[in-house]
Write a protein that binds this ligand. Structure first.
Ligand SMILES: C[S@@+](CC[C@H](N)C(=O)[O-])C[C@H]1O[C@@H](n2cnc3c(N)ncnc32)[C@H](O)[C@@H]1O
Length: 281
């Protein structure tokens, strides 16, 4: 079966439709077949800073609208993005809203879907491979593991209000085996101290994974006690993972981008024709 066999006849979308497509965490090979199908039939692609620009090659016929956002800086407000989606669909276009990871995991996909529903625009949500799982996986860290972790939480490390993270630290520190923080680089000191104050032992293994699944992937492993010293220089996007599962990294690390890139001196397979700097903004 090839990708063509997975296409679906969506019927008449001459009145416009929006596909909210999860583009995966970075490695373009992690796009779903349904996502690929949507990109191929798109008239317009509205894309995100964290979606891999290489995926745009699957929509050579589409016009492209960049609505990428920087951390702490939102050049295009969410309401404007919603308006763009509605306006384009009302012109009878097939619109793909390409998002990093999964649209519904810290992706504002729910807000965009609500706006479309209120405007009476047909839409479909195509799940993506979330960085919350895939990035640890590419570092050889399973988020659950029999005997080590039977629960996992995905947590935002981004402050909604200035300087404070409105989280139940006690529940997170004492009630969940594996914690996966997204958007946590700038607040790493606050996260590390809050977890320890709430009862997580200082020797708990942790890892910070920058540019996960991409050629520039960098993994820093330590403990709650020493990660701040070890992680100097780590930049977003990064995942911070806390828990005993991090100890599996040394045995299970399998993704070696440096090897993929050095074999024969040519870039191989899934990262062909791209580099991380341009691939993920
Ligand atoms: C606004 S959230 C979007 C999450 C996305 N919807 C998902 O499901 O992966 C952005 C955060 O995702 C994480 N992230 C996304 N891609 C990543 C990558 N390739 N490597 C490390 N972290 C990543 C980072 O924590 C980043 O700050």
């Amino acid at each position: 079966m090839d990708a063509e066999d997975c296409t679906r006849d969506d019927g008449d979308y001459s009145n416009g439709i929006v596909y909210l497509v999860g583009g995966g965490p970075g490695d373009p090979g992690l796009l779903t077949l349904r996502g690929l199908d949507c990109l191929r039939k798109a008239n317009v692609v509205v894309y995100d800073r964290l979606s891999n620009n290489l995926l745009l090659n699957y929509a050579p016929q589409a016009s492209l609208i960049d609505v990428g956002k920087q951390s702490d800086h939102h050049p295009i407000p969410q309401e404007c993005i919603n308006d763009i989606l509605i306006k384009e669909a009302r012109q009878g276009k097939v619109v793909v809203r390409l998002k990093g990871g999964d649209p519904f995991v810290f992706g504002r996909g729910g807000e965009e879907a609500q706006a479309l529903a209120e405007a009476g625009i047909p839409f479909e949500i195509v799940p993506g491979v979330t960085s919350a799982i895939a990035v640890p996986t590419y570092a050889g860290i399973p988020v659950t593991h029999r005997g080590l972790a039977s629960s996992v939480a995905f947590v935002t490390g981004h402050c909604a209000s200035q300087g404070s993270l409105d989280l139940n630290w006690q529940a997170l520190a004492q009630g969940v085996d594996t914690l996966v923080f997204l958007m946590g680089v700038h607040n790493l000191p606050l996260i590390v101290s809050s977890l320890q104050e709430a009862g997580r032992p200082a020797e708990t293994p942790v890892a910070l994974i920058e540019q996960g699944t991409l050629p520039d992937q960098k993994v820093v492993v330590g403990t709650l006690a020493d990660i701040l010293n070890k992680a100097v220089g780590v930049q977003p996007p990064a995942i911070f993972i806390v828990g005993e599962v991090v100890n599996l990294h040394s045995a299970l690390k399998w993704f070696k981008p440096e090897v993929e890139f050095s074999l024969g001196g040519t870039p191989l397979n899934r990262f062909q024709a791209g580099n991380s700097a341009s691939a993920i903004g």
